[in-house]
Ligand binder design. Sequence first.
Ligand code: SF4
Ligand code: SF4
Length: 327
Amino acid sequence: MALEIAVASGKGGVGKSTVSSALAIYLHRKDYDVIAVDADADAPNLHLVLEVDKWEKEEWFEDAWISEIDYSKCTNCGICAEVCPYEAVELTGNKYTINPVICEGCLTCILACPEKAIRRVKTGRGYVRLAKTRYGFPLWMAELLPGRPNTGKLVTEIKNRAKAMARENTIIVVDSAAGIGCQVISSLAGANAAILVTEPTPAGLSDLKRVHTIAKQFLLPSALIINKYDINPEYLDKILAYAKEENIDVLGMIPYDDHVPAAIAKMKHPIKLYPDSPAAKALLDISRKVENTIVRNWREWARRHMPRKPVHYTPILIKPREIGARR
Ligand code: SF4
Ligand code: SF4
């Protein structure tokens, strides 16, 4: 079975992509079969630091649905505008129109329209791309078109493609988007381990708790990496206390180091450009620890770092009778 490691961070800009790419490079150098997945479909950038020259495969991914009004049936009653949870229906001049950029394809207006004047139409969501990185392992990347809905599906698509390509012992390293949105949920769903990256700041701690809640909903064993650990001792202590309380494995800490932005600005990974820098050494030490724990002995590691307080996921459903009640 391929091992899927999702690298996530509630907060953006904490070094998640630097960590995930360092891990992929390290494991590939150690002769593991590695596939990297850039699951930040809104702002993919792993291909820059992994030095992708050209895409071997590029496909238009068309599986999103939006709604469209059939004006031969529409009586202009305005119910669709009333019920749309995303405010995608606008009164343009004297007729109701659906803004295709805002429409999430949720079907609410279709169920509510008394004239059955609204239909679903397929629309493009974005691109799915595959490349061989200059390091020698493949990279799958999803890129969402501006304003297109349901990014999580695009992430699921590239994860499925990576799995279809994987062999028995492949390590799939998924670089998730920041935040706790649908891309992050799709990145963590079905993974074997979550590596959470944060920094010792109030926002870093708050966002760590939020993304860890998603990991707990999936009953995912979690590990933690603290980047720029030396910028705020007070919040470093708070983050370490949270990790202890929540049974999160602290894999290591990376010092603040100007070599990291300097390398990224040159579109090179710091472990390649400045291998003797403090941050590069920490990244390699952490990757070695991932190899020795999560990769080599996943079952034992997962057993020891299962969430102590699982969180139950409660989906929010919009039922047709609730739509009726809103009219
Ligand atoms: S609910 Fe149906 S009939 Fe009423 S404005 Fe919308 S599309 Fe037209
Ligand atoms: S499908 Fe959903 S989001 Fe799109 S217009 Fe209808 S109610 Fe609004």
